[in-house]
Design a protein. Structure first.
Length: 39
């Protein structure tokens, strides 16, 4: 994805609540770059 942030709003009309979700980039390029690191 080229966008750094994706915002999804759901209106369920069932009270006041909020939730945040943070994900990470697991593209082929990301995995390839980080595969060089050892522990």
């Amino acid at each position: 994805m080229k966008n750094k942030e994706v915002v999804i709003n759901l209106l369920l009309n069932s009270g006041n609540a909020s939730h945040s979700l943070i994900t990470s980039d697991l593209t082929h390029e990301y995995v390839h770059i980080n595969s060089a690191y050892t522990t």
